[in-house]
Design a protein around this ligand. Structure first.
Ligand code: PEP
Ligand code: MG
Length: 326
């Protein structure tokens, strides 16, 4: 199989009927970078910057952050890289962060963009490091756990201030700066058009989005078999997001675990996703599926079944039958 996947790396990333789908990889540390070439990823769709913070024993200095980001962009050799600002809090605790608080519900608590907007020094240092590391190249930046559009505006103010600061000191700036939001909190589903207009791109964090849509702790093994990520309501949510992206000409990608399993990656492509990001080991199996997928037939399948599902059979079983038949 590994041999088959290696051969596939040279093939274009298109469905059987010729529609391009970009397969990107998730990463977070320098050790992940050789995987870009090995897995044949089209770029890094999610760089989890908090990992550098989690493996350290104190806050990484600005210079260390800048060096990592520069190394990542160098290794990507012009392929797109999307950096996510620090996503700590919730299940990701930094033992040396003295400001951390005990929370009754950490997943719903002081985490990600909520935390960094309250501790803007953290965000400012990181943004400055990212801007410096991206001098002369494109910088794609995304914000985790956005709940209200105001958070994007607040982050943008901090970014603009850093850009002005660096240009005043004649620093080499990025050639372009794209700001995106992760869609992980259901409140954004009720303001999709406004969201799409407020950012340059959206990336669905399906791990957290599923957790919050279904009210099921993503780490609770007692519940892990009860609810299905390929159930009709969740697929409808994912379709609404993809449709809103098309309607507003805003690129939408998805970077949760869902992208890494061939059957669910197939569903995502059928729902309209043309860019998905996954762990490097998943790229081979997903590409093998992609090149065999008659997308026109899958679209017809969803047109028939998504809004009026066949009685009795769960959506996963229908999708599995679709895949088996082909
Ligand atoms: C997600 O929530 O789907 C996601 C990609 O972010 P993380 O898994 O790092 O929370
Ligand atoms: Mg998340």
């Amino acid at each position: 199989r590994q041999e088959v996947y290696r051969e596939l790396r040279k093939k274009p990333s298109v469905t059987k009927d010729g529609v391009q789908v970009d397969l990107l990889m998730n990463a977070g540390l320098a050790v992940d970078l050789p995987q870009l070439a090995e897995a044949g990823a089209a770029g890094i769709g999610l760089f989890r910057t908090e990992l550098q913070f989690m493996v350290a024993s104190t806050f990484p200095r600005a210079e260390a952050q800048e060096k990592l980001y520069r190394d990542v962009l160098d290794a990507a050799r012009g392929k797109p890289v999307t950096f996510r600002t620090i996503d700590i809090g919730g299940d990701k605790v930094l033992p040396y962060f003295k400001g951390a608080i005990q929370e009754e519900n950490p997943a719903l608590g002081w985490r990600a963009i909520r935390l960094t907007l309250d501790r803007p020094g953290l965000l400012r240092t990181q943004i400055r490091a990212l801007l410096k590391a991206s001098g002369g190249r494109e910088l794609k930046l995304m914000l985790p756990m956005v709940t209200e559009l105001g958070e994007i505006a607040q982050a943008r103010e901090i970014i603009d201030r850093e850009v002005r600061h660096l240009s005043r000191f004649a620093h080499h700036l990025p050639t372009s700066l794209k700001l995106g939001a992760m869609l992980e909190v259901p409140s954004l589903l009720f303001q999709l058009d406004e969201l799409m207009k407020a950012v340059d791109f959206v990336s669905v964090g399906s791990n957290d989005l599923f957790q919050f849509v279904m009210a099921v702790d993503r780490g609770n093994t007692q519940l892990s078999d009860r609810f299905d990520t390929l159930s009709t309501p969740f697929l409808r949510v994912l379709k609404q997001i993809a449709d809103a992206g098309v309607r507003n000409h805003t690129p939408v990608t998805l970077c949760g675990e869902l992208a890494g399993k061939p059957i669910s990656a197939m569903a995502l492509i059928g729902l309209g996703y043309r860019s998905i990001s996954m762990s490097p080991a998943s790229i081979g199996p997903v590409k093998a599926m992609l090149t065999e997928l008659p997308l026109d037939e899958l679209q017809a399948f969803f047109a028939d079944n998504l809004m009026a599902p066949a009685q009795g059979l769960p959506m996963r079983a229908l999708l599995q039958a679709f895949a088996d038949d082909r």
